[in-house]
Write a protein that binds this ligand. Structure first.
Ligand SMILES: NC(=O)c1ccc[n+]([C@@H]2O[C@H](COP(=O)([O-])OP(=O)(O)OC[C@H]3O[C@@H](n4cnc5c(N)ncnc54)[C@H](O)[C@@H]3O)[C@@H](O)[C@H]2O)c1
Ligand SMILES: O=C(O)C1=N[C@H](C(=O)O)CCC1
Length: 233
């Protein structure tokens, strides 16, 4: 498969390594200073760029009928525009806040636990995410997906960074050097606490998931999620 990388930073470079091992060809490494892109040779695009760049990259690819995998976080104010454009062009598009298999299992576990906790009003939920110090957005996209998972199953209506009001899920974002991504969901009552936690040891899991999603999407049309790719529930 001919893959174009949009964003050739930490993730772009890791995806390149995994893609080459799986016998794909990297036909473009598009970064902030790229002036020309030959769309005709691209089978699929993988965007891990920056919050202010992601939607532009996705739009250009969809307009050139290129299926797009997007892992960039912090651009979701434009997500619905990307969905609408994908449908209009009969294209193919996946956004995931986290492409790792482990985190996608963790999302399922989070929803299952939230469903069990929903009637137990003595417990309050909170979340913590820890990432490296170069991360631009907070809370992480993964933490937002986890919060949405709880909101879907409970009376919580929203999430908030740090101090949260009633019916809001408080999310704490910490930045510590060299931390690829750690997420904890906690339920606390006066008498005990329950925690579930996912720790990424490196970026390989994110990159492998993105390449698997790219392999899966070629030849399809529609807006998909990692649930579709991994055949989860
Ligand atoms: N979904 C996931 O599984 C997952 C995993 C890790 C990181 N991420 C997200 O992916 C994004 C990238 O992460 P990273 O660690 O590689 O960041 P990074 O800062 O190392 O790399 C981002 C790259 O994008 C480039 N860029 C800036 N503007 C661009 C443009 N217009 N077009 C193309 N490239 C452009 C930057 O120059 C940089 O090289 C972040 O939003 C991060 O939150 C998602
Ligand atoms: O390194 C990052 O930045 C990460 N971003 C994603 C997020 O915001 O959830 C996934 C984990 C790593």
């Amino acid at each position: 498969m001919n893959i174009a990388l949009f964003g050739y930073g930490k993730m772009g470079k890791m995806i390149e390594q995994i893609a080459l091992k799986r016998n794909h060809t990297i036909v473009a490494k598009v970064d902030v200073d790229t002036t020309e892109i030959n769309y005709s040779e691209i089978d699929v695009a993988i965007d891990f760029s920056m919050p202010n760049a992601a939607y532009g990259n996705i739009k250009n690819c969809l307009e050139h009928n290129i299926p797009v995998i997007s892992g960039t976080t912090g651009w979701l104010q434009d997500y619905q525009n990307a969905v609408d454009l994908c449908k209009e062009k009969n294209g193919a598009f996946i956004y995931a806040s986290n492409f790792s298999l482990g985190v996608n299992l963790f999302f399922e576990l989070n929803s299952y636990l939230a469903k069990m906790m929903a009637p137990l009003k003595q417990y309050n939920v909170s979340m913590e995410e820890i990432h490296h110090t170069q991360k631009l957005d907070a809370p992480s996209g993964t933490a937002i997906t986890l919060a949405e998972g709880v909101i879907n199953e409970t009376d919580y209506t929203n999430w908030k960074l740090d101090e949260a009001g009633e019916q809001e899920i408080p999310i704490t974002a910490k930045r510590i050097a060299d931390t690829p991504g750690t997420h904890t969901v906690s339920y606390d009552s006066e008498v005990d606490g329950i925690e579930i936690k996912h720790t990424a040891h490196n970026r390989e899991g994110f990159a492998l998931g993105a390449v698997i999603a790219a392999e899966w999407i070629v030849g399809k049309s529609g807006v998909f999620t990692m649930k579709d790719v991994l055949n989860l529930s």
